[in-house]
Design a protein around this ligand. Structure first.
Ligand code: CUA
Length: 326
């Protein structure tokens, strides 16, 4: 390599190394190398598994890339002719044993650790019935519907009791598509598959946690966000008992989570402008549209209870006349 080219290559290498190092530093404080802070016992276990595996993959990365750089420098052609052949080596028993045994030991260690952690990730801890609850989480184009043990429903906003086992039954209606329920602070992602129920759980301190859909499920996949609000048991009980009868608060959630996924007031968005649409106050026509869809619009309310439809129309009738605000 002529000295000029060599200097140039060295400069590129140094710049890249500096860029890579500073990127890690810049994105540290969570968004970078490590997963988010764990707020559930199973998430803690996912976290330790991540760190444990990272140690071995880190060693492998350094060993392989280190050897690569070493070999590039040490065995470069230099002044030798292009046609010169290297020494012919047949068999290196010690080396072959090392590169067989070391990966086997690594894989055995990783496998043993994962199998040790797995039951604590998959199985909810044993808890008395009074200290746990069960929510049905249903992914739909393009909203999340949560159904509580007493039949109460909420949209894009899951409310859960603090420091208790919350069992999640994750699913999607048979006429919908695959979604994926992910609350990063609670650990892994779980597919919401039409007609199938995937089970997981969490046990979290009071707080608000972000959730998202992690499976490309259509044009508004990116809008399928939700929040999980973990509150003291008494607050949770009062929320679900109030919500059991539907009400305008549910209507507002449906409007924001379901309708506003694709519509706006005052202009066209993914779907037509809803401002002044008389269907918003027409109980019968609106129900038909929600239950059967039309054209591009999916049947977003196909399995809704009539309380859910009532709640939505109680909220949307204000937009039915063109004077309605946006
Ligand atoms: Cu639902 Cu992506």
């Amino acid at each position: 390599m002529p000295p000029g080219v060599r200097r140039f290559a060295l400069a590129i290498f140094a710049t890249t190394a500096v860029a890579l190092t500073t990127t890690v530093v810049a994105s540290a404080g969570n968004g970078g190398f490590l997963p988010g802070e764990a707020h559930s016992p199973n998430a803690h276990r996912v976290h330790s598994a991540f760190i444990f595996v990272s140690i071995f993959t880190g060693i492998i990365l350094l060993a392989v890339e280190g050897a690569l750089v070493l070999f590039i420098v040490k065995y470069r052609r230099g002044r030798r002719p292009r046609t010169a052949e290297g020494a012919q080596i047949h068999g290196a028993t010690r080396l072959e044993i090392i590169w067989t045994v070391v990966p086997v030991v690594f894989l055995a260690a990783i496998g043993a650790f994962i199998f040790f952690e797995l039951p604590g990730i998959a199985d909810a801890p044993k808890a008395a019935a009074a200290d746990q609850t069960r929510v049905r989480i249903s992914g739909r184009q393009f909203y999340w519907q949560f159904t509580y043990p007493n039949g109460a429903v909420s949209i894009d906003h899951l409310v859960a009791p603090a420091d208790e086992v919350v069992n999640e039954d994750i699913t999607a209606p048979t006429w919908d598509v695959i979604h994926s329920w992910w609350v990063p602070d609670f650990g892994g992602k779980y597919d919401a598959i039409p007609g199938k129920v995937n089970k997981t759980w969490f046990k979290a301190p009071a707080g608000t946690y972000a959730a998202a859909c992690y499976e490309l499920c259509g044009v508004q996949h990116a809008a399928m966000n939700a929040t999980v609000t973990v509150v003291p048991r008494a607050e949770y009980d009062s929320f679900i008992s109030k919500r059991a009868s539907g009400g305008i608060a549910l209507g507002q959630e449906e409007w924001q989570g379901v309708c506003m996924g694709c519509h706006r007031l005052g202009h066209r968005y993914i779907g037509p402008d809803l401002k002044g649409n008389s269907l918003l106050a027409d109980r019968r026509g609106f129900e038909l549209l929600l239950r059967s869809g039309r054209g591009e619009m999916p049947s977003v309310g196909r399995d809704w209870s009539s309380a859910q439809i009532d709640a939505l129309i109680a909220y949307t009738k204000q937009f039915a006349s063109s004077g309605g605000g946006g």
